[in-house]
Write a protein that binds this ligand. Structure first.
Ligand code: SGN
Ligand code: CA
Length: 549
């Protein structure tokens, strides 16, 4: 009996001990879990949204002359709008290499769209991954190599396609039926919602193909925007007087270089039936049927209604048009498609912002919206980019970070895509490698403009001779002036007074009134080249490499 009592007491005791231990263990795990959560909560998520060739002129937070982009604007309304953000090299893959490495082109070596990216270099997603972030990339990278430092990716090969795009994934290649901007967004939301490890903070790169040439809107936007008329830029009929050889010889004029098939969506059969049209532009092989040919019969039918009406109108009105009217027609067709493409980007950015709100992620997520560079929307009669001139040199940059950025702030400091990596790393509390060349924008985001001392930025463009024939050049840009050296097959300097001549119509390099400015900027440009470790030897090295490609 006694032994039974003993056993009973012993059992109760053991149960209690176990129970207490369990309760203690559970409580301590709760405490450490909430501690862990707090630590994780302090580390913000990063949602980096970048589109391809999105001109700031086509974001209503910057200018509402052309289009309303209420969703993209939300990021600035609830955060900060940088009005003087720019790139180090206004072309796609080099801009992306600078963003990923935090280094100028001449250091990371990705001088053009063709040369391979040296994947042994450290890129900022790798640092996020090592620091315990969950990382992903969806959309256009434009490197051809698999991205490093991302736990999940689905990227477009090269430039990618608007209709039924192909994707490179860690599981092999795949094709998804539909419109590229919607699809990249679906992939993004689905990863955020159900595929990522929710115990970790995330760093996600949501990279649109849009609005890259050839501008194919969704069928709905194509129909809607083809009926709109847009205001022309003041410099649409620029004849490039008072500029150098580079502006005069670039091949990106709407009238002379924009193609009918590839760009304006005139079917080759239409032109044939008309017996050819002037001006004769070098049409791209498969310019129209390349993109259109990807659509299935059902999709083609939705495009055909609008295509028929554009082609019919062209046949009827073209023969009677003057040169100026032809230029104007091309500009309108260009804007209808470019802006139609952007309206889908805006809708889809709205979908992602709504998802962040609905999921509760918004409050601890830094949202960045930018483009790989700016773009000409008919200014100087141009499309495309590449030049250090403002429309392609500047890039949109909008940042939202709840509780850190005061809503509705604007900032006009000269910040660059070079600064992104260090900014994101600092926000996440990850130390940046010493050899990154940018500066963290965190002080500016937090409203501490006093500690920002940068007065000038450095720029260099290399891809020449190539499509659009924009000559090699490098330069220094301050808020007041821009000094540029075009080299290789010319040796010309240009100076623009950014305050007096914001449209950059007058090269005042040789104007005696600017002699002091020129002398001062030459010294500063030399200093910048030394600071960023660029040199005439490197210029030559990259010419040699380019010529050997
Ligand atoms: C393509 C475009 C060009 C554009 C380059 C580079 N033609 O060649 O107009 O300048 O890409 O663009 S198209 O066949 O796509 O219409 S970048 O954004 O990738 O640098
Ligand atoms: Ca681009």
């Amino acid at each position: 009996m006694l032994s039974k009592v003993y056993l009973y007491v012993n059992q109760i005791f053991m149960k209690n001990i176990l129970g207490i231990t369990f309760v203690l263990l559970f409580a301590s795990s709760l405490i450490s879990c909430s501690k862990q959560e707090k630590i994780e909560q302090k580390r913000p998520n990063i949602l980096f949204i970048m589109s391809d060739d999105h001109a700031y002129q086509a974001i209503s937070a910057y200018s509402d002359k052309l289009i309303q982009t209420p969703n993209i604007d939300r990021i600035a309304n609830e955060g900060l709008l940088f009005t003087n953000a720019c790139v180090t090299n206004s072309i796609c893959a080099p801009s992306r290499a600078t963003i990923l490495t935090g280094k100028h082109t001449h250091i990371n070596g990705k001088i053009d769209n063709k040369m391979p990216f040296d994947t042994t270099q450290v890129t900022f997603p790798q640092l996020f991954q090592q620091a315990g972030y969950e990382t992903a990339m969806f959309g256009k990278l434009h490197f051809g190599n698999s991205p490093k430092g991302v736990d999940e990716f689905m990227i477009l090969p090269g430039q990618g396609h608007y209709i039924n795009p192909d994707f490179i994934t860690p599981r092999g290649d795949t094709t998804i039926t539909g419109y590229v901007t919607n699809i990249i967004t679906d992939l993004t939301i689905s990863w955020l919602d159900s595929k990522r490890n929710k115990e970790k903070p995330f760093m996600m790169m949501y990279l649109h193909k849009a609005p890259h040439r050839p501008w194919w809107p969704s069928p709905e936007r194509f129909a809607e925007y083809s009926k709109k008329t847009f205001p022309e830029p003041e410099t649409l009929f620029d004849d490039y007087t008072n500029r150098g050889t580079a502006a005069k010889t670039a091949e990106m004029n709407l009238y002379t270089h924009m193609t009918y098939n590839h760009d304006s969506k005139i079917r080759p059969e239409t032109i044939e039936a008309m017996g050819g049209v002037e001006p004769v532009v070098a049409e791209m092989k498969n310019g129209f049927y390349g993109p259109y040919g990807r659509a299935n019969a059902e999709q083609k039918a939705t495009y055909d209604i609008t295509l028929d009406s554009i082609n019919e109108d062209f046949m009827n009105t073209w023969p009677g048009m003057s040169m100026e009217e032809k230029m104007r027609w091309k500009y309108q067709r260009y804007m209808q498609d470019y802006l139609g493409v952007i309206s889908s980007v805006d809708d889809n950015v709205g979908r992602v912002l709504d998802y962040l709100d609905a999921s509760g992620l918004a409050k601890n997520t830094i949202v960045i919206y930018t483009s790989d560079q700016g773009f000409y929307l008919g200014e100087h009669g141009w499309f495309d980019k590449r030049f250090i001139y403002d429309e392609s040199f500047k890039t949109p940059l909008l940042v939202r970070w709840p509780n850190e950025i005061k809503p509705g702030t604007t900032n006009d400091e000269m910040v660059q895509n070079l600064d992104f990596a260090q900014t994101f790393l600092e926000a996440a509390g990850i130390s940046a490698p010493e050899d990154m060349q940018g500066e963290s924008l965190i002080p500016l985001l937090k409203g501490d403009t006093a500690s920002w001392s940068r007065e000038a930025v450095y720029y260099q463009y290399y891809e020449y001779p190539s499509v659009h024939m924009v000559k090699r050049h490098y330069g220094i840009v301050t808020k007041e002036f821009k000094l540029v050296h075009f080299y290789y097959d010319v040796d010309e300097w240009e100076l623009y007074d950014r305050l007096k001549d914001p449209q950059e119509m007058n090269n005042v390099y040789a104007d005696p009134a600017y002699a002091d400015v020129v002398a001062d900027l030459h010294v500063k440009l030399d200093e910048l080249r030394i600071q960023y470790k660029d040199s005439p030897e490197l210029d030559q090295k990259y010419i040699d490499m380019y010529e050997k490609q």
